[in-house]
Unconditional design. Structure first.
Length: 139
């Protein structure tokens, strides 16, 4: 697996100035780093290193598998832009993904798409630094 900085640089180098701004506002480098180490270390080692001990008992095995999928999509640059949402997680697993990163749900706005799917714009607040982010989930 490529080193963290190489993978992050690879994603960031392909972004427009507008997307780079969204990236910063939505704490993408932080979330990317957490995703990278969750996949690299696995849930048990990640939990030992995590300040809040996540993923804890409230994360089911099913959700852990969904979270792995979500972390992989984050490493591909998905989630912080409406045009490139995270997909195939469902709503609850999407919430658990961001709980893993120490964010709590503040608001959710669903947009019905022509194909019958919904694009959720979900606003989260970091439980420690109180920063606000928006991420997109295709359901």
């Amino acid at each position: 697996m490529k080193k963290l900085s190489e993978k992050l640089d690879s994603v960031l180098s392909g972004l427009s100035p507008e997307d780079l701004s969204l990236c910063r506002v939505n704490k993408y480098p932080y979330i990317f780093t957490k995703s990278f180490y969750f996949l690299e270390d696995g849930p048990e080692i990640f939990k030992l290193k995590d300040a809040l001990g996540f993923p804890d008992y409230s994360f089911s095995k099913f959700e852990i598998e969904k979270i792995k999928n979500g972390c992989q999509q984050i490493l591909e640059g998905k989630g912080f832009r409406k045009q490139y949402p995270i997909s195939n997680l469902g709503i609850k697993s999407f919430y658990k993904l961001f709980e893993l990163f120490h964010f709590e749900l503040i608001n959710q706005k669903a947009i019905k798409l022509k194909n019958g799917h919904f694009l959720d714009k979900i606003t989260f607040e970091h439980i420690v630094d109180k920063s606000i982010i928006n991420y997109y989930n295709l359901v």
